[in-house]
Every structure is written in structure tokens, then in C-alpha cells.
Design a protein. Structure first.
Length: 346
């Protein structure tokens, strides 16, 4: 999930690029050029701005570093040159300036064509231009160099999932989770790769479940058990995501949707124990989102119709009515209030 730059930052970035180009072309004397001894300082400054996602200032610092490199290229390490060009390429990529990103990525590749970060960024560029098969090869090249590269596994998973290669997607999402145990923040990503992989893995499980629904035969007991297991794993994964990132709305809404489906299945069981279990699920839903009106309504109905607890039912209906006044809910409230008054008078 890429974050697009605000318009004002994009304008600032464009102005800085123009200034850099003019500064490059105006024929600055060798004495005015930054020296090779300043390269590391410029790159460190650029890294600090890059970590804060201040792309305009980061770009300017990296360009200063590149100028210092070009002033005395023989006294600058390959690692510094590679890093500066790669970072400039990433900034252009995140600014959606594909052609400029490719130019600097090619310059970085001249220095070290097999660096994992070069393959990763090239894969992203290919993916975004619709060349998915080539993107897959680039991400595989990353893993060949570094099998623990969580982001490469995650990106492979998304590409396989998009072509319904669910087993391959599942394998790479699991590797992404395994190789991001500390849930490290990644620049320009809303949440760590390990959490994104959990969300997508839960969706992959759901994709597999949907495939079984179209099988034109009765499922075996073993298959039924496997499907229940996948559903449980999907819920468990989303629980982990929301526990680590409560503000990750996409994952929270997905979890709530699956919980609603689980509660509906339990209600259809028709047994008292099933209603108890369904009630637990609805309670979890309103804990995740206290504005879930339907969950409050079902809590009210289960308490009133199946568990003979009118006081708890009344409380749930009142919460639903406070969120969305409705005549049918009001009727339930009035009936329960009357019943409770009659019980007290007896």
C-alpha cells in the first residue's frame, strides 16, 4: 500500500529537481563542488530524511552526495555510490516518476547488478507497469540472494494470489511472516510486512474455501475438517494483526466480517450452546467496533429469545437504538421495559 505524496510536496520535489538540474548544468567549478570526504555526511543526511519520508529534502541530500561522488569517483566506495543511486531511484518510484526511477536504478545496477534491493525495486517497477511475469522473476532473484527477505516473499505472494495460484501464495506469505518476527516498520508501508502478509494469508485461506464451495460433490469429513481449520487460521491471523495494529482499519473490518459469518453459522446450529458461542462472537465484534449496530441487535435477540435474559437484551437494544434510532428497535425496547415492569410488580 503505497502512500502518495501530498500535492504540495510533489511541487516542492519538482522545484528541487529543477534546481538540481540547473546547478548541474551551470558549470560549477571544481573548487565549488562538494568533496569526496563529504559523501558519507550527505548520504547520512539523506537517510535521515528518507526515514521520515521527507522525500524532497532526502532527494536534495542524495544529489549533493552524488555530486561529491562525481567530483572524485575513485575515492568513493562502491557501496556509497550504489546506495545513493538506489535511494534516488526509490524516491522517484514513490513519486510515480517511473522513467527517472529506471535511470538511477540502471546506474545502481552497473555497480552491483545482483544486489537484492535492485531486484526488489525493479520487480516493483515491472509489477506496476503490468509486466508481472518479469516481476516474479525479479522477486525470485531477491530470494535467491537472500532467502530471508520478507518483503520479496510478500510481493511474490500477492502476484501468485492475483493469478489464483493459492498454494504458492500461501507458501510465500508464510515465509514473509516467518522472516519478519519483530514486525519491523518499513518506509512507505502503513504496517510491517509481517502484518500485511497475515492479512493476505487470511484472504488466501478464504479464496481456498470459496473454491471448495463450487465442487460438484459432497465433501468428505476430512475435507470439512480442513476447511474449518482454514477458517480458524484466518480468524487467528486477523486477530494477531489487529492486536498489533489496532488502527489497521482494513484488517479490523475484515475480521469483523468473518466474525459475523462465524456467528451466523453458530446461530444456525439451533442449540443453546451454539447461541452461547454466537453471543461470544457478537460480544467480540462490539469490542472491536462499538458502533456495530447489527451485532448489538443480534445480542439483544439472543438474550431475549434464546437465553431468557431480558435485562441484558434491553441493554443491547438500547445501545443499538442510540446508534441508529429505529421504530422496530424501539418497539423491542418498549416491550422489554413492559415485561420487566410486570416481572417486578409480581
Amino acid at each position: 500500500m503505497r502512500k502518495w505524496l501530498p500535492y504540495f510536496e510533489a511541487v516542492m520535489l519538482a522545484i528541487l529537481i529543477v534546481l538540481i538540474v540547473l546547478n548541474t548544468k551551470r558549470g560549477t567549478t571544481e573548487a565549488d563542488s562538494p568533496s569526496a570526504s563529504q559523501v558519507d555526511a550527505f548520504i547520512e543526511q539523506g537517510d535521515n530524511y528518507f526515514a521520515k519520508q521527507d522525500l524532497a529534502k532526502a532527494l536534495f541530500a542524495y544529489w549533493e552526495g552524488i555530486q561529491a561522488i562525481e567530483a572524485d569517483i575513485h575515492n568513493v566506495s562502491h557501496a556509497s555510490r550504489l546506495h545513493a543511486h538506489l535511494r534516488v531511484s526509490e524516491i522517484y518510484f514513490h513519486s510515480n516518476w517511473v522513467a527517472d526511477a529506471e535511470i538511477h536504478l540502471d546506474r545502481a545496477a552497473v555497480i552491483n547488478p545482483n544486489h537484492p534491493d535492485i531486484h526488489l525495486l525493479r520487480g516493483k517497477l515491472l509489477r506496476d507497469t503490468g509486466e508481472r511475469a518479469q516481476a516474479v522473476q525479479e522477486f525470485l532473484a531477491v530470494i535467491a540472494k537472500d532467502p530471508t527477505y520478507a518483503e520479496a516473499h510478500y510481493l511474490l505472494g500477492t502476484l501468485y494470489q492475483s493469478t489464483q495460484q493459492f498454494e504458492e501464495a500461501q507458501a510465500h506469505y508464510e515465509k514473509a511472516i516467518e522472516n519478519d518476527p519483530d514486525l519491523i516498520d518499513v518506509p512507505f508501508e502503513a504496517v510491517p510486512i509481517g502484518l500485511q502478509a497475515r492479512l493476505q494469508l487470511s484472504r488466501t485461506y478464504r479464496n481456498i474455501l470459496q473454491k471448495y464451495r463450487f465442487i460438484d460433490r459432497a465433501l468428505t469429513a476430512e475435507e470439512q475438517a480442513q476447511l474449518v481449520g482454514l477458517e480458524d487460521k484466518g480468524l487467528e491471523l486477523l486477530d494477531e494483526v489487529v492486536a498489533h495494529a489496532p488502527g489497521f482499519t482494513e484488517a479490523k473490518q475484515e475480521l469483523i466480517g468473518l466474525l459475523h459469518a462465524r456467528a451466523a453459522t453458530l446461530r444456525r446450529g439451533g442449540e443453546e450452546r451454539a447461541y452461547d458461542d454466537a453471543l461470544d462472537v457478537y460480544q467480540k465484534i462490539v469490542t472491536l467496533d462499538p458502533t456495530e449496530i447489527d451485532a448489538y441487535l443480534w445480542i439483544g435477540q439472543i438474550y431475549n429469545s434464546f437465553l431468557q435474559d431480558p435485562e441484558s437484551a434491553l441493554e443491547a437494544y438500547r445501545k443499538a437504538y442510540a446508534l441508529e434510532p429505529d421504530s422496530m428497535t424501539l418497539t423491542e425496547i418498549k416491550n422489554l421495559e413492559r415485561d420487566l415492569e410486570e416481572m417486578q410488580s409480581e
